[in-house]
Unconditional design. Structure first.
Lengths: 402, 262
């Protein structure tokens, strides 16, 4: 009998060994019931949302103040009307065919929620963008933007003919207006023209709106400072210890869901709120983007001595590091809205694929980032500058595995 | 984000009448006839805006509204762009006329023009896209074409309109109301003058979200459901001064505080 059990375990282990690589190639992660439960609580329980908000806050001032005053309070933002407009992706030169993304129901399963989140990530109207009509024409008389006009603002045409993940939205007053989705800033074309979600785009919102931010950078904080920061790589979100470059929020799936719901409220002047299922589905989807590779890995002696002091976590994530120690600047850390006096040590998931590095969005790769010759133009974060060429090459190769 | 700019923007908005030369411009500050309807003083509570659409119970007149239609003038300054600061360096091909300049082979909607580059030199410039330019003379597809510098990108702008009747987006013809441009543009909205908003109603300009990014985006009637009338009604959020803006989600005016997604 004992032999039979042992043989059975060996067979099971062999099967697991053979099947594991297949599981790791799945495009979406295997979700846990705990994550789905978080979503259930988030949607159904105001006290859960309130606890998640309060538990996520590092500061209770600035950005947090309005949320503390209104979120998950009765009446507060609980009483806001729910925005669920007819909408359609912007397809170059085509008149939109409108429908509602949110039907009012979603099966509470991993597959259904990820699919809802994937669509909402690319189609939910996160930010009004009437200025896009200069590029797109009107919904009734759509224009075919030239490749150069798109390139000038870091926009794109994907393999479905969609423009910059923008959407047409029909509002209660009957108007049709363009809006940006999450993917307008947090997605990028691959070499085949297919849109890859999560990685930062080169979208230059400043050029469209008259601000000098540069591609892949935006200033979203109402703090009286001109302090644009880089659009972050959302594939790393689940691995971050803190949210935002300044690290003013403690990270968790429920904190992310709260943040997404509240930013969709504040971006619309606190007058409407998204369906709560949509907010959670987007968070759940973003959470899934970084689950394709396990975080734990071997660290070289070079990484341990030069990087791990800050990038200490299993995903390379860390706590907030003072701006003096980072050595780049203090603009974002001084923000009255999100400032913490430092910058988070970001998770390193997919770091070699990022088009820009650091919160300032330096348009360089890892090799140049670790090269001290960049310091004249891009000073700060001088860690690893003492490495010789072979050590630097080895560290870059190591980071390419993250 | 530059909060101060919104406040300055409000001042500028209120003063646009003067900014548009001799035109009867869209936005006025106060109206002697309607000022007589003012019942309250200064800083009204955000719920105390009365019925701006019908005038019933209205405590005051919006700071910015458009009592009469404008006729824009036909004047635009020329040669605002310096030819000595091209964002894309000119080619090294010397030229006398455009015919000396071969169009770039890799681009189907590009042109090449001969233009002054520096100190009297004339060199070929490649123009990428139909609206690209390096001088006013390259802007020939509309009225009063001018080559303007949009933070390093030179683009042609044209006067889209001179009177409201030329526009079909619901709003008025905004004299010199182009995006970072002195071109006349048609704006969206649901009114052109106060008269479109019922008797004693008001048609006002609105900024969009994220502060004054992209400036005035349209003109809309005030409604009985509005929760603000002027920017001064929006100083109560605890996150700094806001501004009164039209919300298409609700088809009414409400305070905005510049929140941007992200």
């Amino acid at each position: 009998m004992a032999d039979a059990w042992a043989e059975g375990w060996r067979t099971a282990a062999l099967a697991l060994t053979l099947l594991l690589p297949l599981a790791c190639q799945r495009p979406a992660p295997s979700s846990t019931n705990a994550e789905l439960d978080i979503g259930r609580h988030f949607v159904a329980e105001r006290t859960f949302r309130r606890t998640a908000l309060e538990g996520s806050l590092v500061n209770r001032d600035g950005d947090a103040r309005k949320r503390l005053a209104h979120y998950a309070l009765d009446p507060g933002w609980e009483a806001l009307p729910i925005l669920n407009p007819e909408l359609a992706p912007v397809v170059a030169g085509e008149t939109p065919i409108l429908s509602r993304l949110w039907s009012g129901h979603v099966e509470w399963s991993e597959a259904a929620l990820l699919e809802l989140g994937r669509r909402a990530f690319e189609e939910w109207p996160a930010q009004r963008a009437p200025y896009l009509t200069r590029l797109l024409g009107s919904a009734t008389r759509p224009a075919q933007p030239s490749p150069q006009a798109l390139a000038d603002v870091g926009a794109w045409l994907d393999d479905r003919g969609r423009v910059a993940a923008a959407v047409w939205v029909k509002y209660a007053d009957g108007s049709l207006e363009p809006a940006l989705s999450c993917a307008s800033c947090h997605a990028r074309l691959d070499t085949r023209g297919h849109l890859q979600h999560g990685i930062a785009s080169d979208f230059d919102l400043g050029r469209l709106t008259g601000e000098d931010w540069g591609p892949g950078r935006v200033d979203v904080t109402v703090d009286g400072l001109d302090n644009p920061v880089a659009t972050p790589d959302l594939r790393a979100t689940r691995h971050q210890r803190r949210l935002h470059h300044a690290g003013d929020l403690k990270n968790s799936l429920e904190a992310l869901a709260v943040r997404i719901e509240t930013l969709l409220i504040t971006a619309r002047a606190d007058v409407v709120r998204p369906p709560r299922e949509i907010a959670f589905a987007i968070a759940y989807y973003v959470w899934s983007l970084g689950a394709q590779r396990p975080p734990n890995r071997e660290r070289s002696a070079t990484f341990v001595s030069r990087c791990a002091g800050c990038h200490a976590g299993p995903g390379g994530e860390g706590d907030v590091v003072s701006d003096a120690e980072v050595g780049t600047d203090a603009l974002a850390t001084a923000s009255s809205m999100r400032g913490t006096g430092g910058y988070r040590a970001p998770a390193l998931y997919g770091v070699s694929q990022r088009p820009r590095l650091t919160h300032l969005g330096w348009p360089i790769g890892l090799r140049a980032f670790l090269d001290p010759s960049r310091e004249h133009d891009m000073p700060g974060h001088a860690f690893g500058f003492d490495l010789d060429d072979s050590q630097r090459d080895a560290l870059v190769r190591e980071l390419e595995q993250w | 984000m530059r909060l101060l700019r919104w406040i300055l923007g409000g001042v500028v908005l209120g003063g646009l009448a003067g900014a548009c030369g001799g035109n009867a411009e869209q936005v006025v500050t106060g109206d002697p006839d309607r000022e007589s309807a003012r019942a309250g003083s200064g800083n009204a509570d955000s719920t105390d805006v009365g019925n701006a659409a019908t005038g019933e119970g209205r405590p005051r007149v919006p700071e910015k509204h458009r009592p009469v239609a404008a006729v824009c003038d036909d004047e635009r300054p020329r040669d605002q762009v310096s030819l000595f600061y091209p964002v894309r360096p000119p080619d090294t091909i010397a030229c006398d006329t455009d015919t000396d300049c071969p169009p770039p082979a890799e681009c189907t909607d590009c042109r090449a023009v001969c233009a002054e580059a520096a100190e009297g030199d004339r060199l070929c410039h490649n123009l990428y896209g139909a609206d690209a330019c390096v001088a006013d003379e390259h802007c020939t597809r509309g009225e009063n074409g001018r080559c303007e510098d949009f933070r390093g990108e030179f683009r042609c702008t044209y006067d889209e309109c001179f009177v409201d009747a030329s526009c079909n987006q619901g709003g008025p013809c905004a004299c010199e109301g182009g995006f970072w441009s002195d071109s006349n543009v048609c704006l969206p909205g649901n009114c052109r003058t106060d008269a479109d908003c019922g008797s004693a109603g008001y048609c006002s300009p609105t900024f969009g979200d994220c502060g004054d990014y992209s400036g005035v985006i349209g003109y809309y009637c005030h409604t009985p459901e509005d929760t603000c009338l002027d920017d001064e009604d929006c100083n109560t959020s605890g996150t700094g001064p806001g501004y009164c803006m039209y919300r298409p989600e609700l088809a009414r005016w409400a305070c905005g505080y510049g929140g941007c997604v992200g």
